[in-house]
Ligand binder design. Sequence first.
Ligand code: RB5
Length: 164
Amino acid sequence: MRKKAKKPRVVIGGDHASTEAKPAVIAYLQSEGYSVTDVGTDNPSSCDYPVFAHRLCEEIREGRAELGILICGTGIGMSIAANKHRGIRAALCCDAFSTEMSRLHNAANVACFGARVLDTETICRLCDLFLSTSPLDEERHIRRRKELDEIENGTFDPDGKNNE
Ligand code: RB5
């Protein structure tokens, strides 16, 4: 019998634009059996998305969660903020194809959504896809992810790479 894959621990965060979608996404993920940590905000008053992106990234970097979900108006600010953290690969997810590819090829560990772009039901469906897809372990994808780490560490040398 095939062993069922263990569900990743999930952390979720968002700014004021997420306060309608985020509780619904949490309830949905919990109903699917995910353990979810919420780093806020629950307040619909205007706030700064980098604060919540930072809180979420620290949860992952310190090993308390494996995968993260960030929601703001467009998903753009959250993805920019999250990608400034070492070890974080955040993907702006707008549709099923890019969401799935962000895990398969890029091994993204944070999915970012725009609550003013997608309806809550679509965000829930894409979260499920993101969380249930595992990165491919093909050599070329592993090599490219390693190159991303090298760029982050300042050790990347593009000479002699597959750049034709
Ligand atoms: C807030 O109005 C909005 O700028 C924010 O939610 C997000 O879309 C930023 O990228």
